[in-house]
Design a protein around this ligand. Structure first.
Ligand code: CO
Length: 161
């Protein structure tokens, strides 16, 4: 396992749609393990493959709740509802935080590291983190959704994704 370098904005890889994962092999497992180590190292709650320079639909989320680490390959949003507005940050934009409005509930389908498809439902902050990561796989950055940037004194315990 290894800590990878995080790609900072601006970078082409952060603004392109990533390729589907087709092989669920040892190489994928190593990428996922490295992504986890990298996310923890930089105190993030999520990380997408383009953020470590890989053109692949791979993302992880871990908000330190009962779900543990959620590994998503080729994730897609099936359903959303409600609305939430909260501060958001991104490991590719250190020190930048802004309010983003997103659906409060999300249902996704994705594949795990063994290539098994699963369905997951999430609300609140977990739903926010999942949507932030899936956006990364389509080259959509949170800055395109910020309604208001926040000053440091307005932040309390905001984590980056
Ligand atoms: Co991000």
């Amino acid at each position: 396992m290894a800590i990878r370098k995080i790609v900072m904005h601006p970078a082409e890889i952060l603004e392109q749609s990533c390729k589907e994962v087709v092989r669920f092999d040892k190489k994928l497992a190593r990428i996922l393990d490295d992504m986890y180590d990298t996310m923890i190292e930089f105190d993030g709650v999520g990380l997408a493959a383009p953020q470590i320079g890989l053109d692949a639909r791979i993302a992880i989320v871990d908000i330190d709740d009962d779900f543990g680490t959620i590994e998503m390959m080729n994730p897609r949003i099936i359903e959303t509802s409600g609305e939430q507005t909260d501060p958001e940050g991104c490991l590719s934009f250190p020190g930048l935080y802004g309010e983003v409005t997103r659906p409060n509930y999300v249902m996704i389908k994705a594949f795990d590291r063994k290539g098994r498809e699963y369905t997951l439902e999430a609300e609140g902050f977990l739903a926010r983190a999942i949507q932030h990561e899936i956006d990364h796989l389509d080259g959509i950055l949170f800055t395109t959704k910020v309604s208001k940037y926040l000053k440091e004194e307005e932040l309390e315990g905001v984590e980056s994704e």
